[in-house]
Design a protein around this ligand. Structure first.
Ligand code: ZN
Length: 288
């Protein structure tokens, strides 16, 4: 079958700044496997280009990112990609191992790689930043957001204890992290800023200009000093439990997936993925 390759990621370079865009605006930039691997390639390119000093990650269309793809026609859970970590391919595995191997590689492993990219990264967030969208913002060093942006992790409603990249207690005050997860409600950019999750909040029309200005200022600092500073802070966070805590919560997360599967034959609880898939296919047909 000669299927056209989708470009789920756009990558442009402006002076010393690489601008990487999530490019599935019709599905609010929901991350399927293909997008995740393309994003990894784009970060790799930015790494290999000596002229790139700073990386910006943004979303095309109305939103930054609505999370993992849990129901679009291009959802690709069963597809193999060239593995980037030392994990094995998940597609031929059964039961919990299927999800465990897949999520080790693309939801936890890749996010950790991106967090440790040795060049400064800035998430430029507007609109929705939901569930795994949070992981993409959190792995960046700075987050510059528009006033209209909003944040939520509603995964408890799907029977999960939060997303795979469990940064919540580090990104938010622990008590507020519990509120954020228990209620699964949206929080505004203003509140996220007050909690220290965002570096700066600006009107949407100024978001790009403001983010580029900050990126260009950082680009003037000696690169190695930036790299070593980033490594120092990430290392200290790891000593504070960022890495080991996430390993433990990843185990809880997969116990929940397996429990959901045992109880109702679907790894997300209370969630009819098949129905949602049919709905998106219907919408797709109407569009074409
Ligand atoms: Zn999961």
């Amino acid at each position: 079958m000669n299927k056209k390759k989708n470009n789920y990621i756009k990558n442009t370079v402006k002076g010393p700044v690489s601008i990487i865009s999530l490019n599935r605006p019709d599905y609010s930039n929901a991350q399927n496997g293909a997008m995740t691997y393309q994003l990894d390639d784009a970060f790799r390119q930015a790494m290999d280009d000596d002229n790139v000093k700073v990386i910006i990650l943004k979303g095309e269309g109305k939103h930054f990112c609505a999370g993992h793809d849990i129901g679009t026609p291009d959802r690709d859970l069963d597809k193999s990609y060239e593995i980037k970590s030392m994990w094995y391919d998940h597609t031929k595995k059964e039961g919990g191992e299927f999800y465990y191997a897949r999520e080790q590689e693309i939801y936890l492993g890749m996010c950790r790689r991106w967090r440790d990219i040795p060049k400064p990264t800035i998430a430029m967030v507007h609109g929705a930043c939901i569930a795994a969208g949070l992981a993409l913002a959190w792995v960046c060093d700075l987050i510059i957001a528009s006033e209209d942006s909003f944040y939520s992790d509603p995964t408890l409603k799907m029977g999960l204890p939060g997303i795979e990249y469990f940064g919540h207690p580090f990104e938010l005050n622990p008590r507020i992290a519990k509120e954020f997860l228990f209620l699964g409600e949206k929080i505004s950019a203003k509140r996220a800023y007050e909690m220290g999750m965002l570096n700066k909040v600006v009107p949407l029309r100024e978001l790009e200009k403001e983010t580029m200005e900050i990126a260009n200022k950082i680009a003037e600092i000696p690169s190695l000093a930036l790299t070593l500073t980033k490594q120092s802070i990430n290392h200290i966070q790891d000593l504070q439990g960022h890495r080991s805590g996430m390993d433990a919560t990843f185990g809880y997360h997969h116990f929940a997936h397996t429990h959901n599967d045992l109880v109702q034959g679907e790894y997300l609880s209370g969630f009819d993925a098949k129905k949602l898939k049919e709905k998106s296919e219907d919408q797709d047909k109407k569009k074409s």
